[in-house]
Design a protein around this ligand. Sequence first.
Ligand code: UD1
Ligand code: CA
Length: 466
Amino acid sequence: MVAQKNLCVLILAAGKGTRMKSSLPKPLHPVCGFPIISYILKAAHALRPAAIGIVVGNGAEQVMQTVKDGLQAWGVNTPLVFAEQTELTGSGSAVKAAVPLLKKFETVLILNGDTPLLRAETLEKMVTDFTNRQSGAMVLGVNVPNPFGYGRVVRNAQGGFESIVEQADADEETQKITEINSGMYIFKSDLLQTALTQLTPQGPKNEYYLTDTLYLIKQMNQSVDVFCADDFTEALGINSKAQLAEAGQILYARTAARLMNEGVTLIQPENTFIDEGVQIGADTIIYPGTYILGKTTIGKNCVLEGGVYVKDSVLGDNVTLKMGTYVEESTVEATCQLGPYAHLRPQSVLKKGAKVGNFSEVKKSVIGEGSKVNHLSYIGDTQMGAGVNVGAGTITCNYDGKNKHQTIIEDHVFVGSNVNFVAPVTVHEYAKIGAGSTITKEVAAKSLGIARARQVVLENKGVKND
Ligand code: UD1
Ligand code: CA
């Protein structure tokens, strides 16, 4: 969307969230790994408003800190201001707390801090409709299968906006209305400011309802309109742990649908957990119980077997991750094979065609092209060249109790089984290391390094058979 220099977005996030029964402020509860408020901020940012305001109250310090710390990772760099609501007396008083911000802009889009499923495209359409219809205020409505708990959109005889009635204030007829208030609105800022001064406490809890401003603006002979969203899930507000789980499932389902549309094969989409931003190439096959999280990119024709976990990583084409493999902050080039039960810890790089097999762990290391670490090994702080074969049970002893040290294994080295490399140590190209060796000194190219006690056979020390 083009930059909207007269528009600010205001996110209401001060509420107590009592029904969450949690010590964590509601906007910070994670959905698919990210706080609820991050989704709202991302959608707001996508509109390219001049500023975003967040009204904080309950858990203000924690909310502000988490938002400040997260902005970069969420890709949000719209100027941000916080406004503090000191008395939590309803959504109307929440907006009042932000009046100094509203004064600077012609138009204000108000979002709830608890609706992580809204889409930027829907907000864009709504902004366009607001402009075209020259509305004084507009509410985002939506038809839901179960309207219980929401404010209902009451329409007049002509089908236009009449009022919003909260659940607590709704009579039997009104309770039957399935069109609900999403809690998202656009206002002409001056009209909103005037209406805010006219609010009076309402309902069982004596709260200032933001929704009353719509009615007040209508009384000023300004048009109030409803923009109806197609997808009701966008308005789902999270008020309980059950709704939190539901929102997570919907987000995962949306990503799964997108990926299948792009040619990815998901054996059981409802049991595959892939974060929003993840990119996966066509014909990659993903088995159930798989988590693909954060900033991850996966190439074409890969296979990810069940129980695989990949976070913040890049996988090339034709990579196979066998069952139970765990990959974090690493790069895996084309045609590599991992697992079953392989573990790549941060800053590991597997060059083309490398293999890391069962129960092998790699940390902050490069495994060169075509090299193999197939069984029960620990490779840490290691630079390994191409064509290396590492025998079963090999350990790089990278830690002396104080510092970490490097192991360098050059191209085409052959390492026998059960070898310890006591770092810092270098093994030059085409060298061989005898099985069971503990290598503490440099091994020259093309030589054999062997460091173990010679076998002795002592006679008559076996089982007595007299
Ligand atoms: C609100 C709407 C309701 C709508 C629903 C959609 C009102 C009066 N009602 O109801 O019509 O269907 O959202 O989810 O607005 N907040 C504050 N300060 C407060 C109270 C609330 O900042 O003192 C914030 C909350 O953090 C939340 C938002 O306002 O993000 C809505 O508050 P909530 O208590 O969830 O309102 P609902 O009762 O769900
Ligand atoms: Ca709510």
